[in-house]
Design a protein around this ligand. Structure first.
Ligand SMILES: Cc1ncc(C[n+]2csc(CCOP(=O)(O)OP(=O)(O)O)c2C)c(N)n1
Ligand SMILES: [Mg+2]
Length: 564
């Protein structure tokens, strides 16, 4: 590392860029994602001599998503570097996902020189204004001596309470300035722990409940806490549901797992939630999607007694006035809160738990046959057969319905899926995940629309040796929107048709391997070969456009709408 001496080897200071890289190293960062820019050249130079790996990406949205995915997997902020203006606005795709998913993440952005600000200088952006509502904190550092202070604070802000993204703007001249400042210690975020009186209250409620349901969601979990809570639920016959895209919080083979509250949720699960006499909401918020458009619980009085456990006070009582609010992260609640909740189980509960479980099995065991030769059941069965630590990544599109409904997520850290419904997430998330866990199978499931939103990051996978497997479900359209179009304006198709490239050839052109599946019975062999190749691979699945959901066809939806 370049240091600046006043004589006899004495260190008088470091550049802002060196202070920044040292601050990241002090927090344990060993990998960052980004697209380079002239606005932060000194940082690239400082990274040159560091132990931090810079993953060069092709578009800042992809880079930010990779960082967000790492944040989801590790619980520590994923780090992304982008240039000012267009780099920052491209990266906003990942920042918004981190905000909605409560994922710790820090985006560093170049900024115009300090003496040029507020003139509309080249690529100038007011970061607090642009990112203010999308982040927990957006800050510009104009004094290099404050880098250790503000970067360590950013790590805390990103992790503490409700986790989320932080944006730090770095004026380019500041990065070259020299300052004398000691490194800050590693930020050790603190957890909110449950109040013993609240736990005693909850223990009484649980002991009396004949039809409890626990709904798990949010972030701030670990593999241990998720498994421990499931074991508690098993010992006490409490059915577990999860919020939208949080399937990995409960082992789907566990006898307490009752399914997910996503789009198109199992009507029998909704009946169980509505019929519950106690709802324990742990780590989630029952936002628009899990609450089925704010219909499942009434606002502000949820109707059913609700106990809400959440790591940020600002969320407790924001929408629902719970019977009992507990300020605690899922991790802290499970660590400190479960023994006081031990109780003898009312006899009615076993049947209640079994009925919720039976409803889940009936909804998810068998994948219905679909129109056309290639069967989505083949895709699901190949995914189910993967090792239980395999990581499934997806964006938005009807193709994801099969994954969310039928795949058996077995463990925490095996699902990367944006609750914000952001298309294009799966591929870059898979690259971030594979670089984090090179020994695991990482699958990016995408539609023909979804894949090309960040498809260029397949080049990043090849360049950095991330042997992901992309499975592209190609139905020749933005299927979800076409489905809504047929429902609302039957037969008046506009803007939803897609003409796509030969995806397998595209993967090969990038330097990966590609397979095409267009007949029944071909998928498993192609998928196995993709994994066995040990290289970034893509399986292009041609799906009949009529196969719009597991249980409906496009024509059926149109005819129903026309019939009025
Ligand atoms: C970034 C972004 N843009 C647009 C949308 C709206 N949208 C949701 S699903 C969808 C179509 C997805 O198409 P595809 O990936 O091909 O999946 P399919 O529904 O056809 O299975 C669109 C356009 C979105 N969710 N995210
Ligand atoms: Mg499609």
């Amino acid at each position: 590392m370049k240091k600046f001496g006043t004589g006899a080897g004495e260190v008088a200071g470091r550049t802002g860029a060196h202070l920044l890289v040292a601050a990241l190293e002090a927090q344990g960062t060993d990998m960052v994602f980004g697209v380079p820019g002239e606005s932060y050249l000194p940082v690239l130079d400082a990274l040159h001599d560091s132990g931090i790996r810079f993953i060069t990406c092709r578009q800042e949205g992809g880079a930010a998503i990779m960082a967000e995915a790492q944040g989801k997997l590790t619980g520590r902020p994923g780090i992304c570097f982008v240039t000012r203006g267009p780099g920052a606005t491209n990266a906003s795709a990942g920042v918004h996902i981190a905000q909605q998913d409560a994922t710790p993440m820090i985006l560093f952005v170049g900024q115009v020189a300090r003496d040029m600000r507020h003139r509309g200088a080249f690529q100038e952006v007011d970061y607090s204004a642009v990112f203010g509502s999308m982040t927990k904190w957006a800050v510009e550092i104009d004094n290099p001596a404050r880098i250790p202070e503000l970067v360590s604070r950013a790590f805390r802000v990103a992790c503490q309470g409700r986790p989320g993204p932080v944006v730090i703007a770095l004026p380019e001249d500041m990065l070259a300035d020299i300052a004398d400042a000691p490194d800050a210690p590693v930020a050790a975020p603190v957890d909110a722990f449950p109040d013993p009186a609240a736990l005693a209250d909850l223990a009484g409620r649980l002991a009396r409940a004949e039809r409890p349901v626990a709904i798990l969601g949010g972030s701030g979990w670990t593999a241990d806490t998720a498994a421990t809570f499931t074991a508690f639920a098993q010992a006490h016959d409490i059915p577990l549901a999860v919020e939208f895209r949080r399937q990995m919080l409960v082992d789907a083979t566990s006898e307490v797992y009752a399914g997910d509250l996503g789009f198109g949720a199992n009507p029998a699960l909704l009946r169980h939630v509505k019929g519950a006499d106690l709802i324990l909401l742990l780590g989630g918020t029952m936002g628009e999607v899990p609450s089925q458009g704010y219909e499942l619980l009434t606002i502000p009085n949820p109707g059913t007694p609700l106990v809400h456990v959440y790591p940020g006070a600002e969320e407790l009582g924001r929408v629902y006035q719970a019977a009992l609010s507990i300020l605690a992260s899922p991790r802290a609640f499970v660590t400190a809160g479960l023994s006081p909740l031990s109780h003898s189980v009312p006899p009615a509960r076993a049947a209640w738990r079994e009925s919720a479980r039976a409803a889940y099995r009936a909804w998810t065991d068998d994948v219905p046959a679909n129109p056309g030769p290639v069967q989505m059941a083949e895709v699901v069965s190949a995914l189910r057969a993967l090792p239980s630590d395999s990581i499934m990544c997806n964006g938005a599109g009807n193709y994801a319905i099969w994954l969310h409904r039928f795949h058996r997520y077995r463990a925490y850290g095996t699902q990367l899926a944006p609750t914000s419904g952001s298309m294009g997430y799966g591929l870059p998330a898979a690259v971030g995940a594979k670089l984090q866990h090179p020994d695991r199978t990482v699958v990016a499931l995408a539609g023909d629309g979804c894949f090309l939103m960040h498809g260029q990051e397949f080049a990043t996978a090849v360049q950095h040796g991330a042997a992901i497997v992309a499975v592209v479900i190609d139905n020749g359209m933005y299927g979800t929107i076409r489905m809504h179009q047929e429902r609302e304006f039957p037969g008046r198709v506009l803007g939803t048709q897609l003409f796509s490239p030969d995806f397998a050839a595209l993967a090969r052109a990038y330097g990966g391997v590609g397979f095409t599946v267009e007949k029944a019975g071909e998928f498993q062999a192609a998928f196995d070969a993709a994994i066995a190749s040990g290289r970034p691979a893509l399986v292009h699945v041609r799906l009949d456009p009529e196969a719009i959901t597991p249980t409906s066809t496009l024509t059926g939806i149109r005819e129903k709408a026309l019939a009025g």
